[in-house]
Design a protein. Structure first.
Lengths: 657, 354
């Protein structure tokens, strides 16, 4: 299955990039409100910037007509280097054949997941792929999504739910595995080659690919989609950033497509990975209605999109459910079995916004899986009512949380003050009492076990109120007027050190901010915690009209994906951080093709950020999932159990005995 | 001949005969005492202490952070008094609150010599250390409720103070002058009636930079005066044609004097009744808002916010029972007072009950 990826995009392709704000909804009146605890998808998994994710369309004038050289010339000059073409499922099967199973399935199902050992056993025994004939190919899985789709059009996607569906219904050439290494998908691609200078990528498609309406899928569809995505009239929310790094995409025949890059960047492997539209369907309609949503034809397509992936949309009830049906002509084309059949006949996505309601549905067997909140994990999924039908599993995930200090505000311009904040915060207590020991400490922007992380094993600033006070004194914040609160003369006026921390309305997140408030009060600094609704928080961060805020990011698979958080003046650089050295290293890192030398640059960036503390990094959030006891085959990646390849495609249910 | 008691003395005499109404009044009185002495009842700051030769009352810091003597910040007490006092001045002594618990944070292990840290998550059942239990963060529920009393009372009094003032003025002007003024005030009243209070509060909370409990009170007050205005107008319409008003006018009294001196005192009794009921409903509104998470900013001590904590885990019954009972009893008390007032001041009801 294709997994689409936009590293430079804050959209949730990069996973649960979250301005971890939940939508406690402005109108949370009894009965009609959204709960404060489970963030619907915008909050949890979508970009913090929402609309800002729409990268500005390139001005038409800047795109001179591109004349692709003849393929013969290209083949002669390019010195093609073969790139990996893999079948993700086969690969996983191979890997699992080498692993030893920790315990039997029956044993694993009887376990309560209350220790790391139990968790490992559950994952080992239940996370396996089926042996031949073991899977029930007529089964249906009921999955949970926290919000409805905005659109079913492949190129208009931006929320996590849309990516979930598109991963199953969409056609794509590329994907990446559990370790987030990119490859071309053997189900759709014969070969993938990159030129020695890194400026071209050539892909040859398989000839046994059809859309669900029976039309063949060709290289022209890909070139056409690129053209539509790059048209400034089309409101593409997420997938344009990345494709805009390319110069052109050209189809030489029905099976050969070449991607032309502007520069040989390390991130080009991500830029060529975008969803594909059926040219024969949209060719005539998109010029008339570039919104792809409004015209009668497009409204019809929105209900029943033409699908190129293993599944098609069978029916859809808005706000309730989306049902996918396995395509007959995906695995069998012209009477020939050409691809492995996916494990489920039907996939039903139930839309339930409230996590408490969703948990009830899981307990009663209405849904087969859901993401659990930490508190649900510790207190509400430990009893027999939960274990009767379900089990649960957890794994580390590359999602980190932090306090962001707005460097543009008079309080936090001074690095000493930001470091004082980090020294004042009782990090250990947060991990132990609020995170209940379930999250790993976070000290910087890259996951400690990733290749780009600093080898210096950075650890979070440990609470040290004496150092914090000394730093504040040094920065001029002392109690001049003897009222117990630190202050400083700024422009002839005595400003007390009293600021507001924005946070989204979720009890867990508010608890973290409350601890900060308590700690700061001990050293004479007043922090007012202000819970706001998700959209307000996004807006205030974009406008930089905040002093401090609690938020989070999902790490991209490529370190370059955090460039627009740290480079001077970039879109997601909400705290206004600016360091010429960091800027330079990001630019160099993108151009450097050797992984070892790249890693050094990103490690250096992380170390500098650690010294400057524009964020006080808090913790890496694990993923917590509840699964039906009938479900098998869940394997976790740093982006959760679904958002990689095979991901959701490895789930199955055993045949009834 | 015995001298007449006057209207209010007579009403009070009758009110006293109603045990339920008196009980309501006593309960509100009790709440006032609790609110006024909250820092002395539950807190972690000494009510009174002698430190380095001088007397201080750090507990005032609970009312306003700036009232907490700066010397303790200077001497790096960092919010924990018991051990620091002894360590930094062996001569010192302190008078501690009744319950050593903080409404805004969990009491740490051994902060009070020999006492363990408050239990957190779903472990905080009521115990001898925490009579009403603790919430998920380990904050003592009793301390939260004691300090939350201030909010509950203030909300009622302030918002109905505002509503009463506006309602009486608008109603009095409209009812007394009549004509186009009456038409105008009546229409304004009807327009304000259409404004949904809850929605207005939610949008205001989203707009203002630092929403406090005072904003909530103000909005409840500014939208809740319509019933009072209508009642006042009715009373003024009735009374302005009575003989003593005509007499006053004949004696040359101006409209302001007539309204304040003659009509208002006689119209006041029936107006007080909706005001008391309004206090009860204001308390409910505030609790509802805190329950939904739109109350005072965290860490707040308010009854509704304790209830809010129970939303994610209904197994923690103590987060429901205690604040729920407090809200229920307070609202009941105000309603009993209102009813008592009504029955002891309205002569018709008085006759009917005989």
């Amino acid at each position: 299955m294709p997994i689409f990826f936009r590293p430079t995009n804050p959209g949730d392709i990069v996973g649960r990039i979250c301005l971890t704000v939940s939508m406690a909804a402005a109108l949370a009146l009894p009965g009609c409100g959204r709960p404060a605890s489970e963030p619907p998808l915008v909050a949890e998994r979508e970009s913090p910037s929402g609309q800002a994710a729409t990268s500005p369309p390139p001005p038409v004038a800047e795109r001179p007509a591109f004349a692709p050289p003849p393929l013969a010339d290209l083949d002669r000059d390019a010195k093609w280097i073969d790139r990996p073409v893999k079948d993700a499922l086969a690969l996983l099967r191979e890997q699992q054949a080498k692993e030893t199973v920790a315990c039997s399935v029956a044993e694993a199902l009887a376990l309560t997941n209350d220790s790391a050992a139990a968790n490992a056993k559950i994952l080992s025994a239940l996370g396996r792929l089926p042996d031949d004939g073991q899977a029930d190919l007529e089964a249906r899985i009921d999955r949970h999504v926290a919000g409805d789709l905005g659109s079913t059009n492949p190129i208009l996607i931006s929320s996590a739910a849309e990516f979930d569906i598109l991963g199953l219904t969409g056609f794509g050439l590329f994907s990446y595995d559990r370790l987030l290494e990119p490859f071309a998908n053997a189900e759709t691609v014969i070969s993938w080659q990159t030129s020695a200078d890194g400026l071209y990528d050539k892909v040859v498609l398989r000839d046994d690919l059809v859309w669900n309406d029976g039309e063949p899928i060709t290289a022209h569809d890909i070139a056409f989609t690129y053209q539509v995505i790059m048209d400034p009239r089309v409101p593409v929310p997420a997938v344009r950033s990345g494709t805009d790094q390319m110069q052109s995409v050209h189809a030489y025949d029905t099976r050969t497509v070449v991607f032309f890059h502007k520069e040989p960047l390390a991130t080009n492997v991500w830029n060529i990975n975008f969803p594909v539209l059926p040219k024969h369907v949209y060719e005539k309609t998109w010029e008339e209605d570039p919104t792809l949503k409004d015209s009668p034809e497009h409204v019809k397509l929105e209900e029943k999109p033409v699908s190129g992936g293993p599944y098609e949309i069978l029916s859809r009830k808005r706000g309730q459910e989306i049902v996918l049906r396995r395509r007959a002509n995906w695995s069998t084309v012209k009477g020939r079995v050409v691809r492995e059949e996916p494990y489920f006949k039907d996939i039903r996505f139930r839309i339930i916004e409230d996590p408490n309601t969703a948990l009830l549905a899981l307990k009663s067997g209405e849904i087969d899986e859901m993401i659990l909140q930490p508190e649900q994990w510790t207190t509400q999924t430990v009893d027999d009512a939960f274990h009767r039908l379900n089990t649960k599993a957890t794994a580390p995930e590359w999602v980190s949380f932090h306090f962001a200090w707005n460097i543009g505000s008079p309080f936090f311009a001074d690095r000493r003050v930001r470091r004082a904040m980090s020294y004042a915060f009782d990090h250990d207590r947060m991990l132990e009492k609020i995170c209940l020991g379930m999250y790993e400490p976070c000290a910087g922007n890259y996951p400690p076990d990733s290749w780009m992380a600093s080898p210096k094993k950075l650890v979070p600033y440990k609470q040290d109120l004496d150092t914090a006070e000394a730093l504040l004194d040094e920065a001029g914040w002392t109690d001049h007027d003897n009222d117990g609160i630190r202050d400083k003369e700024i422009d002839g006026r005595l400003v007390p050190f009293e600021f507001t921390v924005l946070v989204n309305q979720q009890p867990f997140r508010i608890a973290v901010c409350t601890l900060l408030k308590e700690n700061l009060e001990q050293i004479g600094v007043i922090a007012n915690v202000r819970p706001v609704e998700v959209t307000t928080l996004q807006e205030m961060m974009q406008k930089k009209s905040f002093q401090a805020c609690f938020s989070g990011w999902g790490s991209g698979t490529d370190p370059d994906s955090s460039e627009n958080i740290w480079k001077t003046g970039e879109m997601r650089n909400y705290c206004g951080y600016s360091n010429p050295e960091v800027d330079r290293l990001f630019t160099e890192g993108r151009r450097e093709l050797d992984r070892g030398r790249r890693a050094e640059k990103y490690a250096r960036i992380q170390e500098m950020l650690y010294e400057d503390q524009p964020y006080t990094w808090l913790f890496w959030r694990n993923s917590f999932y509840g699964f039906s006891k009938q479900l098998r085959g869940y394997v976790f990646s740093p982006r959760g159990p679904y958002h990689y390849s095979p991901g959701a495609g490895s789930l199955w249910k055993p045949r009834a005995e | 001949m015995e001298r007449s008691h006057g209207f209010w003395a007579e009403a009070w005499r009758r009110y006293r005969c109603r045990p339920l109404a008196v009980g309501g009044l006593a309960f509100v009185g009790f709440l006032v005492v609790v609110a006024a002495f909250a820092p002395a009842i539950a807190g972690t700051k000494p009510v009174l202490c002698r430190y380095k030769g001088r007397l201080y009352a750090p507990c005032l810091g609970y009312f306003d952070r700036r009232l907490e003597p700066a010397i303790f910040t200077k001497d790096k007490f960092r919010g924990t008094y018991p051990r620091n006092l002894a360590a930094k001045d062996p001569e010192s002594w302190a008078l501690w609150p009744l319950f050593f618990q903080d409404p805004y944070r969990s009491v740490r292990n051994d902060e009070w010599p020999g006492r363990p840290e408050n239990p957190a998550m779903d472990q905080g059942r009521p115990s001898w250390n925490n009579l009403f239990g603790t919430d998920q963060a380990g904050v003592d529920v009793l301390a939260k409720m004691v300090h939350g009393t201030t909010v509950a009372l203030l909300v009622g009094f302030v918002s109905m103070g505002i509503a009463g003032t506006i309602g009486i003025v608008v109603g009095a002007v409209g009812g007394y002058f009549g004509g186009w003024i009456d038409t105008l005030t009546s229409r304004v009243t009807e327009i304000v009636m259409c404004v949904p209070t809850l929605v207005l509060i939610l949008s205001i909370v989203a707009i203002i930079e630092k929403p406090t409990i005072w904003h909530t009170m103000a909005i409840i007050g500014f939208t809740g005066w319509t019933g009072i205005a209508r009642l006042t107008r009715g009373e003024f319409l009735r009374l302005k044609s009575s003989e003593y008003v005509t007499a006053a006018r004949a004696a040359g009294a101006g409209p302001l004097r007539i309204m304040l001196r003659h009509v208002l005192p006689n119209a006041l009794a029936p107006i007080l009744v909706p005001i008391t009921f309004g206090i009860a409903s204001a308390i409910l509104t505030e609790s509802g808002l805190s329950f939904l998470g739109f109350g005072p900013p965290p860490p707040s001590a308010s009854w509704g916010s304790v209830l809010n904590g129970a939303r994610s885990n209904l197994g923690m019954w103590w987060l429901v029972v205690f604040p729920g009972a407090a809200i229920f009893l307070t609202v009941l008390a105000y309603n009993l007072i209102g009813e008592g007032l009504q029955e002891s001041t309205d002569p018709r009801l008085r006759e009917a009950r005989k």
